[in-house]
Design a protein around this ligand. Structure first.
Ligand SMILES: [Zn+2]
Length: 303
C-alpha cells in the first residue's frame, strides 16, 4: 500500500486521539503461542521417563537456547514412589540478564500427568495436557522471544518445571517435584517475585484469584488484574477462586512473593476436562493465551 501524506497525517492523528491499544504494543503473538501449544501436544504425553518427555526437552531447548542469555537443563533423579524405577526429571531454566539482582521468575510446569484419573474411559493412560501443561509453557516461549527482541528492566528467569503433576490424588508429597527441587538449588541471584502460569489456555477463560497467592503478594495480584481489565480482558476477575497447591507454594514457603495465574474451572465450575483425555487443544484458544500473555508482557514492560 502506498501512503500519501494525507493518510499518513490522518493515521498519526487517529493514533494520537485513540491511543494505541496496549494489545498492539507488547508484541505478544498469540497465534504463534497457540502453535507451540499444539506442537507440545503433538509430542504425546510428556510425563517423567516417557519418550514424549525427552522430545519435549529437545523442543524447549531448541527454542530457548538462541533466545536466552543462558539456558540450563537442571537434571535430578528420585525414586519413583509408585514403582521400582528411578525418575529422571529436568527443570528448564532460561535466564535473561543473569547478573541483574532485581529479578522476576516466570514459570509453568511442562510435564503432563502419567494418568487421567477423572477420565471415564481410560483413567490409567497418560494424558497430553493441552491446558494442564502446554498452555503456560506456550505463553512463556512466546514471552522469551519478545524478551530477546525487546528486553525489560529486571532480569528474568523463565523456568519450566518438571514433575508438578506426578502425584496420585491426595498424595501431595509427590506433586511439585521440580519447583521443590529448584528452591533448594536455585540459580543466583534469586528473584524477588515469582509469577506462575497454569491452566491458562481454556477457551472459556475465567481467571479468579487464588487466596494463597493473594496472601503472598496482594499488590502484585491487584496490579496484574487491573492492567488486564484496562487493556480490555474481562477474563481476569478480582474475586476469590479456589485455593491452589501449585508450583508457587515452595517459593512462598521460602518467603518469596509468588502468585499463580490459573483458571481452575475447565471449562466451568465442575472442571469436567481436568485430568481427563478431554484436555486437548480444541478446548483451548489463542484468544485465551493472548489475554494472559499480553497482560503479563505489558506488565513486565512497566517494571
Ligand atoms: Zn494437573
Amino acid at each position: 500500500m502506498q501512503l500519501n501524506f494525507h493518510t499518513f497525517y490522518l493515521s498519526i492523528l487517529l493514533i494520537m486521539c485513540s491511543g494505541v491499544p496496549l494489545a498492539a504494543q507488547s508484541g505478544f503473538d498469540a497465534e504463534r503461542a497457540f502453535e507451540d501449544l499444539h506442537a507440545q501436544c503433538d509430542l504425546g504425553p510428556r510425563n517423567p521417563n516417557s519418550d514424549g518427555a525427552q522430545a519435549a526437552i529437545q523442543f524447549y531447548s531448541s527454542i530457548l537456547k538462541p533466545l536466552a542469555d543462558t539456558l540450563h537443563l537442571q537434571n535430578f533423579q528420585m525414586d519413583d514412589p509408585y514403582s521400582s524405577e528411578q525418575l529422571n526429571l529436568t527443570n528448564i531454566v532460561a535466564r535473561f540478564q543473569p547478573k541483574k539482582t532485581q529479578r522476576i521468575i516466570l514459570c509453568a510446569h511442562w510435564d503432563t500427568r502419567p494418568r487421567a484419573e477423572y477420565d471415564p474411559t481410560a483413567p490409567t493412560r497418560p494424558m497430553i495436557g493441552a491446558n494442564d501443561g502446554a498452555s503456560g509453557v506456550a505463553i512463556l516461549l512466546e514471552i522469551a522471544r519478545q524478551l530477546q527482541s525487546n528486553p525489560v528492566n529486571p532480569g528474568i528467569d523463565i523456568i519450566l518445571f518438571d514433575g508438578e503433576d506426578y502425584g496420585e490424588p491426595r498424595d501431595l508429597e509427590h506433586y511439585l517435584l521440580g519447583s521443590r527441587y529448584y528452591v533448594e538449588h536455585p540459580f543466583k541471584p534469586m528473584a524477588q517475585r515469582v509469577i506462575l502460569l497454569d491452566m491458562v489456555g481454556d477457551a472459556e477463560l475465567t481467571i479468579k484469584v487464588d487466596p494463597v497467592s493473594y496472601r503472598s503478594a496482594p499488590r502484585l495480584i491487584e496490579e496484574i488484574w487491573a492492567l488486564a481489565n484496562d487493556i480490555g480482558y474481562d477474563q481476569f476477575q478480582l474475586v476469590t477462586g479456589a485455593s491452589m497447591y501449585d508450583d508457587h507454594v515452595p517459593f512462598i514457603e521460602k518467603g518469596i512473593q509468588a502468585i499463580d495465574i490459573i483458571d481452575f474451572e475447565y471449562p466451568g465450575p465442575n472442571n469436567a476436562y481436568w485430568h481427563t483425555h478431554d484436555d486437548t487443544p480444541d478446548k483451548c484458544s489463542a484468544e485465551s493465551l493472548e489475554a494472559v500473555g499480553n497482560t503479563l508482557l505489558s506488565w513486565l514492560y512497566q517494571q
